[in-house]
Unconditional design. Structure first.
Length: 349
């Protein structure tokens, strides 16, 4: 199962926990990193495929693609109509791109802007759906997202609590909220990271950060880590293949190399935060853990050759020890496992 395959802490549908494959959102769980591909494909299926590969290599857990039909989204004389038509991928291309994304090991999230695009996303078997902030007042589309059987992420875009509660009620299904400014790039003071935990408590849903800050700023690399420290259960950051090309999404996006560094900072921040050891558990900082010998794809069966036994920085007792190798061999990876990454129970099916 790919990430995002369950429901949130509470929702209009009754409060099932939001699961990401073998992982669940909540305290003690790693922050999920979503690469927001936006329109960085520039209307090219080949470039969309490269974005999938770049997202995986940069350490993302999931990838998000907006899907739309220009004639369903804007009127004929709209100033952006021609540009949107040039950026629109044909249905056949989208099916190939989404199929490749599902096979990559990444979770696949679609942001459909209209009914036909929603049908396309569901036919392609995406793991979750996200609403655009501009569609919070589109109850018909929100109801269709909720009726899909997929979990829904609501793009908040600076909306107030009443608007979000109305959208949650319209979806009437498991939801999470992607909190963040509506405009991009946004000044850092508009992130309001201190409100993440409070919003989660007020709405009783999982809350993450959709970060639209300037990708060229050093702050863009640390914003996801700071959001996780403030209680964000997932983060979304735009990704482009080359920031030098700019384009529609370039100003608020990171290059693959920058994205990788940002994820590394987030994971370091999680390790630095730490937690109390379970009662009776002994620190394993000086012992060895089972780690991946090389990249292990989602769904791959773990063999003895795929494992190594090395010291890691895991002092929380969560990784598996060499003595537990037989519990690992023969099981499938629930998500991609990077080379030298310590293997935990929640990574296995």
């Amino acid at each position: 199962m790919n990430p995002l395959a369950g429901g949130p802490r509470t929702s209009g549908a009754g409060g099932d926990p939001l699961a990401f494959g073998a992982r669940r959102l909540g305290e003690g769980q790693p922050c999920l990193v979503i690469a927001h591909a936006g329109l960085a494909h520039g209307g090219s299926a080949e470039r969309a495929l490269r974005l999938i590969e770049a997202s995986f290599r940069a350490g993302a857990d999931a990838i998000l693609f907006p899907i739309f039909r220009a004639d369903e989204l804007v009127v004929r004389r709209h100033s952006e109509r021609r540009e949107l038509e040039e950026l629109e991928l044909p249905e056949r291309d989208w099916k190939g791109v989404l199929e490749a994304a599902r096979g990559s090991g990444l979770g696949v999230i679609a942001e459909p802007r209209d009914g036909p695009s929603l049908d396309l996303a569901l036919t392609a078997g995406v793991d979750a759906l996200q609403s655009h902030p501009g569609d919070l007042d589109h109850p018909e589309l929100l109801r269709a997202l909720g009726a899909s059987g997929r979990p829904v992420v609501l793009g908040a875009g600076g909306a107030d609590d009443d608007a979000l509660r109305g959208a949650i009620e319209a979806v009437a299904a498991p939801v999470a909220v992607a909190f963040g400014p509506a405009e991009a790039p946004a000044p850092v003071e508009e992130l309001r990271l201190g409100e993440i935990a409070a919003l989660r408590e007020r709405l009783r849903v999982s809350v993450g950060l959709a970060d639209p800050t300037d990708g060229g700023s050093p702050f863009a690399l640390v914003a996801p880590a700071l959001a996780a420290a403030q209680g964000a259960e997932f983060v979304e950051k735009r990704l482009v293949l080359d920031r030098g090309l700019r384009g529609r999404d370039g100003a608020a996006a990171l290059s693959p190399e920058e994205f990788y560094r940002s994820v590394e900072l987030l994971r370091q921040a999680e390790r630095a935060r730490g937690e109390l050891l379970p009662r009776g558990a002994a620190p394993r900082g000086r012992g060895r853990s089972i780690v991946a010998a090389g990249l292990i794809a989602r769904g791959e069966v773990l063999t003895a050759q795929a494992l190594r036994f090395k010291r890691t920085e895991d002092r929380l007792g969560r990784s598996l020890s060499p003595a537990e190798a037989q519990r690992v061999i023969g099981r499938r990876a629930a998500r991609p496992i990077q080379a030298d990454e310590a293997i935990r129970e929640d990574m296995l099916e």
